[in-house]
Design a protein around this ligand. Structure first.
Ligand SMILES: [Zn+2]
Ligand SMILES: [Zn+2]
Length: 275
């Protein structure tokens, strides 16, 4: 049994205005004994999946934390998967994908798809004998064993002034527990969800010294540090940070907030955790 988590995108919604190398927008690939789960599908995610040594055609499970454009370029991903089969032929599992999405966002997706494909006459699956996708509407509290011994649980988070339907995910399998906060402001509920995680991947979209509660709904390094300390997580990745603060300063903030028991990484693209 083995679990591998690959950071495909640790960046934000823009680039070109911060020092350091560009980081791609969010996406994390979970490989559990060859079974693939993608969390978040930002622009160009298929290229990064393939660069990591996989075939995006074989990603048959996708969970979206929320549908802000930096996390969700779903029509592009689905179109690519469809044409991957039409032109390349289907091999194992390429003929379908299940997409887990907040029920508050799932409602509107048909309109988005029809906007891209008015010629399809309102049908979601244009070539049902070749490729099918299924949107499964979920909410906080939902969980499913998507592979034998591998369970994904969703929990509601505060984001977009509390108005954007947004989720975090807790992955549990015998190799460990991995929690991804998605885009999330600090709330009490987060503390329950991250308990005893082997790896916590935490939104750190707020700059040092600018942390807030409520507001738009992202965390800063000191809040993430406090969260990791209280949850006693074994390893912490800061992700979705702007790059305007130095990695050293961010880690200093995390440690100052009390997280001393585990490893802390300011995540960059292609970072891998495995067990
Ligand atoms: Zn967002
Ligand atoms: Zn975001």
């Amino acid at each position: 049994m083995s679990l591998k988590v690959i950071a495909l995108g640790t960046g934000v919604c823009t680039n070109g205005c911060t020092p350091g190398a560009d980081r791609q927008p969010p996406g994390f690939l979970f490989d559990y004994n060859g079974n693939l789960l993608l969390i978040d599908a930002s622009e160009g995610i298929r290229f990064r999946i393939n660069e990591a040594g996989y075939d995006y055609g074989k990603v048959a499970h996708l969970a979206l934390s929320h549908v802000h454009p930096d996390h969700c370029a779903l029509p592009q991903f689905l179109q690519a998967k469809l044409c991957r089969v039409l032109w390349g032929g289907a091999t194992d599992g390429m003929e379908k994908i299940k997409i887990f999405m907040h029920e508050g966002s799932a409602e509107g997706f048909t309109q988005v798809w029809n906007w891209h494909h008015p010629e399809a006459g309102g049908k979601l699956n244009h070539f049902p004998d070749k490729f099918n996708f299924e949107i499964q509407a979920i909410r906080g509290g939902w969980s499913e064993e998507i592979f034998p011994g591998f369970t994904i649980k969703a929990f509601g988070v505060y984001h977009g002034f509390g108005q954007h339907p947004a989720l975090g995910f807790r992955i549990e399998c015998q190799d460990g527990v991995v929690v991804y906060t998605g885009d999330a402001g600090i709330t009490d509920s987060l503390f329950d969800q991250i308990t005893s995680a082997d790896l916590l991947i935490a939104d750190c979209g707020v700059r040092i010294g600018q942390e807030y509660t409520a507001g738009y709904g992202h965390m800063g390094p000191s809040q993430v540090g406090m969260l990791a300390m209280r949850g006693q997580v074994k390893e912490l990745w800061l992700t979705h940070y702007t790059g305007l603060d130095s990695p050293e300063a961010m880690i200093h903030e995390v440690r100052n907030a009390g997280y001393s028991s585990g490893e802390c990484k300011v995540a960059t693209d292609k970072l891998i955790w495995s067990k």
